[in-house]
Ligand binder design. Sequence first.
Ligand SMILES: Cc1cc2nc3c(=O)[nH]c(=O)nc-3n(C[C@H](O)[C@H](O)[C@H](O)COP(=O)(O)OP(=O)(O)OC[C@H]3O[C@@H](n4cnc5c(N)ncnc54)[C@H](O)[C@@H]3O)c2cc1C
Length: 333
Amino acid sequence: MEKNKAFDGVWVFGDYRDYFQNRVTLQLIAKGKELAKELDKGLTTVVLGDQVYHYAMEYVAHGADVVVAGEDPGLKEYQVETYTAVLARWIQAFQPQVLLSGATSFGREFFPRLAKRLHTGLSADCVALDVDNKTGLLVQTTPSFGGELLAEVVTPNHRPQMATVHPGVFRELPHDSRALGCIIYPEIGPLPEIRLKRIRTRPQLTHDIRLEDAPVVVAGGRGLGSKELFGLLSELAALLRGDVGATRPAVRAGWAEEDRLLGQTGKNVRPKLLISIGTSGALQYTTGIQGAETIIAINRDPNAPIFKLADLGLVGDAATVLPLLLEALRKRV
Ligand SMILES: Cc1cc2nc3c(=O)[nH]c(=O)nc-3n(C[C@H](O)[C@H](O)[C@H](O)COP(=O)(O)OP(=O)(O)OC[C@H]3O[C@@H](n4cnc5c(N)ncnc54)[C@H](O)[C@@H]3O)c2cc1C
């Protein structure tokens, strides 16, 4: 690959923490590769840490043409100040056109700081990315005005064009152990003084099957009205061998844990079947479920916006429909 094509195209920040669960970097490599092709450029993943060779190899196997890697004991921990310093230095040297990161808690903290350092724009929590055929600019689609609108943002004058993207929006490429790529180790330069010290790490307790991977998701909203009725979703999900998701009001009411939240500020799911019960269909929520193959909605309001998205709609009171549905399914298993 020509040098300019390899280095000044689309860059993806490699967030390898919790590698087997957190797939957003791989999803961005797949999408970034498409964007890079349209720009006639290459896809580069940038990775920082202490010993990152194995991650670099993984990124190549998932589609990266080049991995720009930085290894230093001072980079072992994710520290926003050190990572910003190194990445800003390399961005200025290599001048990529596009720089993407997952909208994880780290990406949300790290990328605004980096964008400020580089004097460029940043679109947060994007739900789609495209290249404008006429201008070659990155079109960054992001919910705005509290999610009422989807805005298409471009960065015409400053580089790189930066965006964070919600996990689960794009699909990763399959692992190809024969893929070839180039791993380079540029000079890191001086690191800023580290002002934080990690004392201990507590792993987050997770479920056996991740909600994002469940083939069936049963999602409940405010319309369920009580913790008891919401609780029936667990049985429904178990009968369908699926998992439970929730809207923001259901989480706020304490009917579901925060890690069940679907949507713009929660998880994106792509199950074969999603049953949405007592949810109005607000854009901030539907962003997280629109990748489902089939959506069944249950709502007592025939004009609820969720019916526009649903493949099958059932107008009815959840308190009546849910027990009937459970009864019918119990007989079948
Ligand atoms: C910046 C921002 C980010 C946000 N991010 C998210 C996000 O990530 N995820 C998210 O979910 N929300 C998010 N929200 C909130 C979002 O805008 C909506 O308010 C929320 O999704 C609505 O949840 P809901 O459908 O459960 O409740 P409601 O909108 O109140 O809808 C309840 C529905 O239940 C129906 N209903 C009522 N009683 C019954 C019954 N007995 N049987 C059947 N149906 C019934 C009603 O007709 C209604 O349609 C965000 C908001 C903002 C401003």
